[in-house]
Design a protein around this ligand. Sequence first.
Ligand SMILES: C[S@@+](CC[C@H](N)C(=O)[O-])C[C@H]1O[C@@H](n2cnc3c(N)ncnc32)[C@H](O)[C@@H]1O
Ligand SMILES: Nc1nc2[nH]cc(C(=O)O)c2c(=O)[nH]1
Ligand code: SF4
Ligand SMILES: [Mg+2]
Length: 218
Amino acid sequence: MPPIVAERLRITEIFHSIQGEADAIGWRTVFVRLTGCPLRCVWCDTTYSFHGGEWRAIDDILAEVASHGAHHVCVTGGEPLAQKRCLALLQRLCDAGYEVSLETSGALDVAGVDPRVRKVMDLKAPDSGETARNLWSNLDHLLPNDQVKIVIASRADYEWARSAVATHALERRCMVLFSPVWGKVEPRELAEWIIADRLPVRFQLQLHKLLWNDTPGR
Ligand SMILES: C[S@@+](CC[C@H](N)C(=O)[O-])C[C@H]1O[C@@H](n2cnc3c(N)ncnc32)[C@H](O)[C@@H]1O
Ligand SMILES: Nc1nc2[nH]cc(C(=O)O)c2c(=O)[nH]1
Ligand code: SF4
Ligand SMILES: [Mg+2]
């Protein structure tokens, strides 16, 4: 009988905080941040997750998550789907009864993600430098409880996002979030653009940055 090799993932951090983004905002949440990302968004606020991390067995990850006593879990990164075993982690978290969300760039195929998971899928606007990596076929795998998030760094990004919503009827597929790049766009400006154009999107601010500025692991 070959030895049973525990399924391991490369993990940057596991931390207990307040969900600062998307539709679970405000809930105590345990974040599992996977290491590594194939993209390099110009404005990425989590570059520390590109390298390093430690290999952790899924059972250990589940045990550490359970120790925090929160009902919400957010699997993020780095780009979590860059590790194939992330799919098994998501399934195990759902089986354990957690409300699970996945923050993903939308650059990798989301078809294999457990349907119980709420996908929060980015579409990268031009100022990210990674627009070419948007995998548009992913739109066909969006479920009603999923969210599309477009992070906006300029008026040009906003106009690209406004056009993407209209062209792909995004709001008819799932909730659409517009989020300002911290320090690049005045949040009030983005809010007023959305109002002026009567867009069917939900404005969001990264709540954790208001609470703790841009502290890693928060
Ligand atoms: C760090 S990423 C990790 C998950 C995945 N790689 C992705 O890009 O969706 C988590 C979320 O933070 C957003 N984000 C990263 N840097 C940001 C910044 N400077 N301002 C606002 N949102 C940012 C990303 O667009 C993404 O929605
Ligand atoms: N508090 C808090 N909420 C978050 N929601 C999504 C995050 C992420 O980095 O994916 C994040 C984060 O880094 N911190
Ligand atoms: S895809 Fe996500 S983790 Fe990767 S560089 Fe972009 S924002 Fe950062
Ligand atoms: Mg973050």
